[in-house]
Design a protein around this ligand. Structure first.
Ligand code: SF4
Ligand code: SF4
Length: 207
């Protein structure tokens, strides 16, 4: 029947409206901000930068590759790459952002920056109470405001963060195994070279 869906929707609304006077289960809203609904895990609003360890700036995973800056559709990311390098989470020397700003008044929460980042350095936050009367100062977040710990990421997106942690740990172990194998091969070669040199300098026994 034409309009059946609309009538069903109106009936449900009426049932909830009348029922909410006698049953809390029929209440479909809460009295925000005094009351809050728990956020679902896939909630997302604006991006943040993940850091490992205790020092936010030293532990930033971002290596300033600028892929997110290039791919952001409304161009609301601004990055300045460092001229020196610092060790990343596996100890490899990497560039870092001396400046990393996101204008959240322009950001459309599309998550493309997260999808394109090869280093799991940028993720979507769930913080939404960001209104301010300071249009230019208050809505442009710099790297200090954007930096949030991996434990914060684990708290807001536990399933996704566990998958990322597992993958990074696996990658770290592979790199460590590779470095160990290379060190062992170098030590074996050095020992073989030393043995060959010693054999070459040893005088031959006289008949
Ligand atoms: S979520 Fe989208 S619009 Fe916002 S910074 Fe990332 S890529 Fe840009
Ligand atoms: S957040 Fe990721 S994609 Fe963006 S500059 Fe840093 S490492 Fe590159």
């Amino acid at each position: 029947m034409l309009g059946e869906g609309i009538l069903k929707g109106l009936a449900e609304t009426a049932k909830n409206f009348a029922g909410s006077f006698v049953s809390e289960e029929r209440l479909t809203t809460v009295e925000y901000p005094e009351q809050r609904l728990p956020q679902i895990e896939n909630t997302r609003d604006f991006p943040f930068l993940v850091y490992d360890g205790e020092d936010a700036m030293a532990g930033l995973r971002c290596v300033s590759c600028q892929i997110c800056e290039k791919e952001c559709p409304p161009k609301c990311i601004y990055i300045v790459k460092s001229t020196d390098k610092k060790p990343d989470y596996v100890g490899k020397a990497q560039f870092y952002p001396t400046r990393f700003d996101i204008d959240i008044s322009v950001c459309m929460s599309c998550q493309i920056c997260v999808e394109v980042c090869p280093f799991d350095a940028i993720k979507m936050d769930t913080e939404f109470e960001l209104s301010t009367s300071d249009r230019f100062g208050g809505l442009i977040l710099d790297k200090h405001k954007l930096a949030k710990s991996n434990s914060y990421y684990q708290k807001i997106h536990p399933t996704e963060a566990a998958e990322v942690d597992g993958r990074l740990e696996e990658e770290k172990q592979k790199l460590e195994a590779k470095a160990k194998a290379a060190a062992e091969a170098a030590a074996a070669k050095a020992a073989a070279d030393a043995a060959a040199k010693a054999a070459a300098t040893t005088p031959e026994a006289q008949p």
